[in-house]
Design a protein around this ligand. Structure first.
Ligand SMILES: [Fe+2]
Length: 358
């Protein structure tokens, strides 16, 4: 697809093997049913790979292709449910294998509440191979999850000047370790991360975004110049800097539904990455194609994933389009005073996972 820029390094004939491994990680068993939700942009070799893997494992599988190409920058688009029977079909299967982002869409919760697991795949073959959940990642993420759940106050600092404080407990902690291996679980092949939403109105302080931090949504680019953010009462009140500040201000302003809408500027999910297979320099190495960076740059170990916009996925009321995902390097994260990430590196030994050369 991007061969004019970089060659895909993964032999496409390896895909059935990768899908087989993923189905095993997801603990699918013989006789279970997988429903694929694809769209007009889904790579045909992914469907072939999933079908071949299912054949080998004795798993029943079919494809449901929705009539759209979900955009990269929009979430919450209802791809399921408007066509009669689609929601009912997904409620009845054991696992949904989906090739676009269903987060923030209402049907996703209904399906998960019914015990159906949902495995998302939105990255390119090289990333599926490189980032596939390594041993120990699940345990590390679940350990971090348990700590984050008990936490009441988080403080994030950096030498650059970030000093952000927020309270939590109002919204659930959500985590992903790269495999949807339990009933009702959502996961994303290639990640290893966790987040929660700050209590309403509680985020305050300042965030200093530095060159080398990444705007993965909506732009997929390294930040080039410093952005100074002031945060009060759960919202960004000031965005200062050069080009990157301009991009952020304009993008979030464009998400406003009216002059008084502040939702795009609300602080959204906050958390950190733990997958040692993921690399901060992914964009520099492989280019800025989103499908080469979705999992990688959100999950490299110790990044603080800052975001703005909706919180409906956590049970909140904000459904704004103004959504920024900004993995930051070199931050220190303290949970009720307990430092778990220091200067961008996990320091809690139970959160450190060995990287596997692939
Ligand atoms: Fe996000």
């Amino acid at each position: 697809m991007h061969s004019a820029i970089r060659s895909q390094e993964t032999n496409p004939a390896k895909l059935p093997g990768l899908f087989k491994k993923q189905f095993e990680l997801c603990k699918l068993s013989r006789g279970q049913t997988v429903a694929i939700v694809s769209d007009l942009g889904t790579r045909p070799e992914y469907i072939q790979g999933a079908f071949a893997a299912a054949d080998e494992l004795g798993i029943n599988i079919y494809e449901m292709r929705v009539n759209m190409i979900p955009g990269w920058t929009k979430v919450g688009v209802p791809t399921i449910g408007e066509c009669k029977g689609t929601l009912e079909a997904l409620m009845a299967c054991d696992m949904v294998l989906i090739f676009h982002v269903p987060l923030f869409a209402k049907w996703l919760k209904q399906v998960m509440n019914n015990g159906v697991r949902v495995q998302m795949i939105i990255d390119c073959p090289d990333d599926l191979e490189q980032l596939q959940s390594p041993p120990g990642l699940k345990e590390a993420v679940l350990h971090a999850h348990a700590l984050y759940e008990k936490t009441r106050q988080v403080r994030v600092t950096s030498e650059a000047g970030t000093d952000l404080t927020y309270e939590c407990g109002e919204y659930p902690v959500m985590s992903q370790y790269g495999m949807a291996d339990e009933p009702g679980r959502f996961d994303h092949w290639g990640v290893g991360l966790l987040h929660t939403f700050p209590n309403e109105g509680s985020a305050r302080g300042r965030v200093v975004v530095q060159p080398g931090d990444i705007v993965v949504l909506p732009y997929c680019r390294y930040v080039q110049d410093r952005i100074d953010l002031e945060i009060e009462g759960g919202h960004i009140t000031s965005i200062k800097g050069g080009l990157d500040a301009m991009l952020m201000r304009d993008w979030l302003s464009e998400g406003k539904t009216g002059p008084d809408d502040r939702d795009p500027f609300a602080i959204s999910h906050l958390g950190w990455g733990l997958n040692p297979q993921c690399r901060w320099d992914s964009i520099a190495l492989f280019g800025d194609a989103p499908e080469h960076n979705r999992a990688a740059v959100r999950s490299f170990p110790g990044n603080f994933l800052f975001s703005t916009g909706p919180n409906s996925q956590g049970g909140g009321k904000r459904v704004t389009r103004g959504h920024y995902d900004l993995p930051m390097r070199d931050c220190t994260i303290a949970l009720d005073g307990n430092v778990v990430v220091k200067d961008g590196r996990p320091v809690d030994p139970k959160m450190i996972v060995a990287r596997i050369p692939r």
